[in-house]
Write a protein that binds this ligand. Structure first.
Ligand code: 13P
Ligand code: ZN
Length: 283
């Protein structure tokens, strides 16, 4: 199956009312786990890395791994930059061969978010690479376990102006989710998806989904979320697998052994998510 862009996957998801899972990968074991789950579930899939992850391993490393795997895989696969924090980070990933780019100017004032997002969209569109942007604020920090700060929700009219002026292909809208482990159950403004959808036609992206109850995730998809992001729960699944292996065999010194235990846990977790998102069987 081809290495594809997120444009075709998200438009299909929008037309058929399911969501493509976008899973944050941290190393080779995560890449193998997510792709194995996608093949087993017959699901299209997006793998993504944050700028924090790209300090751990370079974008060319992730792009090369994922492209090589896509060439041999039975499902369509995307490599996406998650929460790109600058024009330079976006261009590094673009040049490394990522097939989808997010630029996140949501912490900037509205006009600056537009300027930054449009500059990335113009550069990527020259090579037909689609761009996701964010308006409003998803709480928490993408690379940390903390959350709980205020999450200003996306304003529908601003979203309409933002998409028109930047030309982005998909939009992360803030409805009350936060990145990281929830300390309290989030209060979601799901009706806001309908309000934005009245004015904006590009596919929407749900961030901060680890810990959001499945019925709420399904409802968000029914209303128009076409890409659903999971990071924290994969990190927890991997680490629990490794810890359990080492607890059982404290003398272990071969990383392949506990790495495989982490991989198996991530694969199981992703398989479960693909059922909830409705992307299983859609490839
Ligand atoms: P979680 O870590 O809460 O799953 O959020 C994932 C995300 O939005 C990645 O961009
Ligand atoms: Zn996010």
């Amino acid at each position: 199956m081809p290495y594809v862009t997120s444009r075709e996957l998200l438009l299909d998801a929008q037309a058929r009312q399911y969501a493509v899972g976008a899973f944050n990968v941290e190393n080779m074991e995560f890449v193998q786990a997510v792709i194995a789950a996608a093949e087993e579930a017959k699901a299209p899939v997006i793998l993504q890395t944050t700028p924090g992850t790209l300090k751990y391993a370079k974008p060319w490393m992730f792009a090369a791994m994922v492209k090589a795997a896509a060439d041999r895989a039975s499902v369509p696969i995307v490599m996406h930059l998650d929460h790109g924090d600058s024009f330079a980070t976006a261009m590094n990933c673009f040049r490394a061969g990522y097939s989808s780019i997010m630029i996140d100017g949501s912490k900037q004032p509205f006009e600056e978010n537009i300027r930054l997002t449009k500059s990335v969209a113009d550069a990527c569109h020259a090579a037909e690479i689609p761009v996701e942007a964010e308006l409003g604020k998803v709480g928490g920090k993408e690379d940390d376990l903390v959350n709980g700060d205020d999450s200003p929700y996306t304003d529908p009219e601003q979203a309409c102006e933002f998409v028109e002026r930047t030309g982005v292909d998909s939009l992360a809208i803030a409805i009350g989710t936060a990145h990281g482990v929830y300390k309290v159950t989030p209060v979601l403004d799901i009706d806001r998806i309908d309000a934005v959808k009245k004015l904006v036609s590009v596919p929407f992206v749900l961030h901060g989904t680890s810990g959001v109850p499945d019925d709420k995730v399904r409802e968000c998809i029914r209303r128009g979320m076409c890409k659903v992001n999971y990071a924290t729960d994969l990190r927890i699944a991997f680490t629990e697998g490794v810890k359990a292996y080492i607890a059982k065999d404290p003398e272990v010194y071969d990383p392949k052994k506990y790495g495989a235990a982490g991989l198996a846990n991530v694969k199981q977790y992703v398989l479960g998510r693909m059922e909830v998102l409705g992307c299983a069987g859609k490839a």
